[in-house]
Design a protein around this ligand. Structure first.
Ligand code: CO
Length: 494
């Protein structure tokens, strides 16, 4: 047996353990009875530990060295070695004791964050956040970096990305968006839809339909309800989505379904030869998010989509019968200076991310102390979005990420928006009558294009390499800026 074949076999073990963990975690968030929580936490902890021990084992080191010496000949084999060597090296850099401390500290910090958010009091969270930040900086030091400790952290989510590259892209994007936001305010406000309630079962039916439209395979997945929508790949032929529903607003669930559906199409579209290799996830968090944003925003918030979807919406919610497709399109493309990232529109969303990126970069590089964080947050909100949070809950405490030690994660959201716009431009060039298909509700050709260009490759290419192969250029904010200027200029008549 070749060294590569032995590596594949060993990796398969890890992947199968992780699949069991994914299934247990999905169940925990969808169907598990309350009293099962404690036992489930133990089971999940055990499974994750079994997988982790293999990733950092001496045996993994030997197999990787042997596979490298043998010289992987195919693109897939080279990616296999690259991805597992990265996992191995990054995790081996962190001593088990320190990792254990990180797991415990972030668990405590998450708990403290929940309480602090409920009480809207940053002081309750501050000492825990300081502990997490110390550990994160120590971990970055151990992993190693050349320019910024942030580089060691962002690499986890976006291979090849650095703080300086993010700055070069996000700083100009922020300035353009702040100016554009001012311009929009001189335009006319979009339509308001008649009030009404939206029965949850009808919303669920519509979401189910929307997933079918875009080609989500229900024989290889399912739709359930959870507090926060998510997508999970349990294994080949099993990629599940969840959603949530609000009686007063059908669009939150509908766009949630398109968003998670986009993630799920990626998972369902990966080539079957990549199953159990560890290459069947996305190229990066940013690329994964580009797939969700593509269906949610580029398609789902387009006028062409609403020309197709409007009759379906009316059939489910008859009190909207007097509206026109254009009204709904305007309604779902309102822009607001808002406090909360997860409720933000396409124009302001990236500003929320720019703020978080800058602040977490300053924290990680030691240029900002935890004590000064709330004041700095509010200042930046005023500068970028023109609003000041009235309290910590709607300000610095709104996101869970930092309590979990996930520094370097936020930029993925912005990168997803940028990549999605770049992919749309490429698809408009390459898929004949792209918008005609959307208007007729024929999403097959578009999905197949994405499958061929993006999905089937899984993690074989690095994110920017993939972007270059598909669009002919690396990561750039140009396509996104052109897109928001065009669409929102039209919505607001500026
Ligand atoms: Co997402």
């Amino acid at each position: 047996m070749t060294a590569l074949a032995r590596l594949r076999e060993y990796v398969r073990e890890i992947e199968e353990i992780s699949a069991a963990a994914a299934l247990a975690a999905w169940d925990q968030r969808t169907h598990m009875p309350e009293k099962g929580a404690e036992a489930r936490a133990k089971v999940l902890g055990r499974l994750e530990r079994l997988a982790f021990e293999r990733v950092v084992s001496d045996r993994m080191g030997e197999l990787l060295a042997a596979a490298e010496a043998e010289g992987p000949s195919s693109e897939v084999d080279r990616a296999l070695v690259r991805v597992w060597k990265r996992n191995y090296t990054r995790h081996r850099a962190i001593p088990p004791d320190l990792y254990q401390r990180f797991v415990e500290t972030t668990a405590r910090a998450e708990h403290a964050w929940e309480k602090a958010k409920a009480a809207s009091d940053f002081a309750l969270f501050r000492p825990r956040l300081a502990e997490v930040l110390d550990l994160v900086r120590e971990i970055a030091r151990l992993i190693g970096y050349t320019e910024s400790p942030y580089d060691a952290l962002v690499e986890e989510y976006e291979p090849g990305m650095t703080a300086s590259r993010l700055r070069a892209i996000l700083d100009p994007l922020r300035r353009e968006l702040v100016a554009f936001l001012g311009e929009l305010e001189r335009g006319r406000a979009p339509a308001v839809l008649p009030r009404g309630t939206y029965p949850l079962d009808r919303q669920r039916e519509l979401c189910q339909k929307a997933l079918t439209w875009i080609g989500y395979d229900f024989a290889a997945g399912r739709l359930d309800t959870s507090v926060h929508p998510f997508t999970v790949g349990v294994g080949p032929g099993d990629v599940r989505v969840t959603n949530r529903y609000r009686e007063e607003d059908p669009f939150s669930a509908l766009f949630g379904a398109l968003h998670e559906g986009g993630h799920a199409l990626y998972g369902q579209g990966v080539d079957s030869s990549l199953a159990w290799t560890g290459l069947s996830g996305g190229a990066s968090f940013g690329i994964h998010e580009s797939q969700s944003r593509f269906w949610e925003n580029q398609i789902g918030r387009s006028l062409a989509f609403w020309r197709f979807a409007h009759p379906h919406l009316v059939r489910h919610f008859p009190h909207l019968a007097q509206t026109k497709p254009e009204d709904v399109w305007r309604h779902v493309n309102r822009v607001e200076r808002s406090l909360i990232r997860v409720e933000a529109d396409e124009v302001t969303y990236n500003l929320h991310i720019c703020l978080r990126f800058e602040l977490e970069l300053e924290l990680v590089e030691g240029r900002l102390g935890v004590d000064e964080l709330p004041a700095r947050w509010n200042e930046a909100m005023e500068e970028y979005l023109g609003v000041t949070p009235p309290d910590d809950a709607r300000g610095v405490l709104q996101d869970v990420h930092w309590s979990g030690g996930m520094f370097g994660y936020f930029p993925s959201y912005a990168l997803g928006n940028l990549y999605a716009a770049q992919l749309t431009s490429a698809a408009e060039r390459e898929v004949p009558t792209f918008w005609g298909h959307v208007e007729r509700g024929e999403f097959g050709p578009i999905r197949e294009w994405l499958r061929e260009k993006v999905h089937r490759h899984g993690q074989v290419y690095l994110p920017e390499e993939l972007c270059r192969r598909v669009t002919g250029e690396g990561l750039s904010a140009e396509a996104f800026l052109g897109y928001v200027r065009r669409k929102y200029g039209q919505v607001y008549g500026v």
